[in-house]
Design a binder for this molecule. Sequence first.
Ligand SMILES: Cc1cc2nc3c(=O)[nH]c(=O)nc-3n(C[C@H](O)[C@H](O)[C@H](O)COP(=O)(O)OP(=O)(O)OC[C@H]3O[C@@H](n4cnc5c(N)ncnc54)[C@H](O)[C@@H]3O)c2cc1C
Length: 395
Amino acid sequence: MTALSEDLLDDSLLRLRERCREVAPSLRDLGMALDRDPDAITEYLHLPAFDLLDQIFTPPEYQKRTDVESFDPSCTALVVILEAISHGDPNAVLAAPGAGLSRDVVRELGDDAQRDEYFGRVVDGPTWTFFGLTEPGKGSAALELETTLTPAPDGDGFLLNGEKRYIGNGARAQIGVVFCRRAPGPWGIEVVVIDPSDPGFEGSLLPMVGLRGARISRLVFNNVRIPADKVLGRHRPPSRRGVYGALHALLRFRPGLAAMTLGQTQAVCDYLRAHRPVLPAWDRSRVDGLEDRVSAVRQAVHEVAADIDHGVVNQHRVGAVKMRAAQLGERATLLAAELLGPASLIEHPWLEKAYRDLRAFEFMEGTSNLHRLSVFQGLLKNDFLPGGEPDAAWD
Ligand SMILES: Cc1cc2nc3c(=O)[nH]c(=O)nc-3n(C[C@H](O)[C@H](O)[C@H](O)COP(=O)(O)OP(=O)(O)OC[C@H]3O[C@@H](n4cnc5c(N)ncnc54)[C@H](O)[C@@H]3O)c2cc1C
């Protein structure tokens, strides 16, 4: 399986992965520090991994730094980088300043002036951003969102009212995007750029069990004034604005999230092998079996990423790899905790943290139940493989 997956990567990607693998170990200490104090990130921004993340999340045309090489990563490059960095620690990716998930929405929907302003702010020093979609009670049913965008009574732009929840970096961001409703139905959804210093914006941190670096937040908007030029995609028809922007960003990022999960899952397997180099045959076969599955899903992640790079987006397959990666992450931590002994989660603080972190991946970018529904729709349409052959990665 591993060899097959390698075949999908060209020499430059293999070199990039080597570079990521070199910098990833330095992230272990960072991960433990963020777990204790998520704001400690500012002490670690000098690490080379953050230069890499800056490279991939800052569109090259806006990169101001001359000390990092600019490039526009393909989806395949994104998954390769994110998996390798997350082998060190996935919190680094989620805690990093930069455009993050909002990058593709602004780049895709914004006009020139909107992009210049947004990315101009992002490259102006370490700037945190957010992607505000989820609402209380409207997580899986995100398209039923209720945050409203209504014309301001004085005719000067719009007013934003509502609440968002579980928004990564929301309460520490300097700028972000908010999905909101201007009219009923999916085409009534808009995306606006918001500055948290605007009157009526309130952000607070939510307590987290895992992935504490993500700093998920509750955001409340109380008559926040949104000038008309902050509505992204105002030059496009409604069907190519809000929902289109959300889907574009999420589908492109979802394989990356699966790759992050696999990176940390592989790290758990490696940790287990390092601490229990000799295992009884049956237990060894369980670890081997798990790693085979990780390789199979990695192969599938590379395939869906390559498809996206070729303009083919099969939502069912993308959802399937995300779901399977999240399941393997949980399974790996359970197996490691079992094989390292009854007090393993006390004796191995890193494993205990990985155990908590890997559970958060179930929720990000859609839960397994939702992806399972999507997978069944794909199966009904025989959408998975040419000829309808069962795929080893989906068993
Ligand atoms: C670390 C982290 C970072 C996040 N960052 C962001 C962010 O930056 N921006 C953002 O907008 N959101 C973010 N989220 C939110 C995330 O997208 C939501 O948690 C996710 O969409 C699930 O929504 P929910 O938590 O409201 O769960 P719910 O939708 O309430 O689901 C609860 C349970 O019900 C099940 N369920 C729901 N609907 C169905 C159905 N139709 N059929 C069967 N089962 C169903 C789900 O599978 C789940 O098990 C983040 C979450 C986490 C954990």
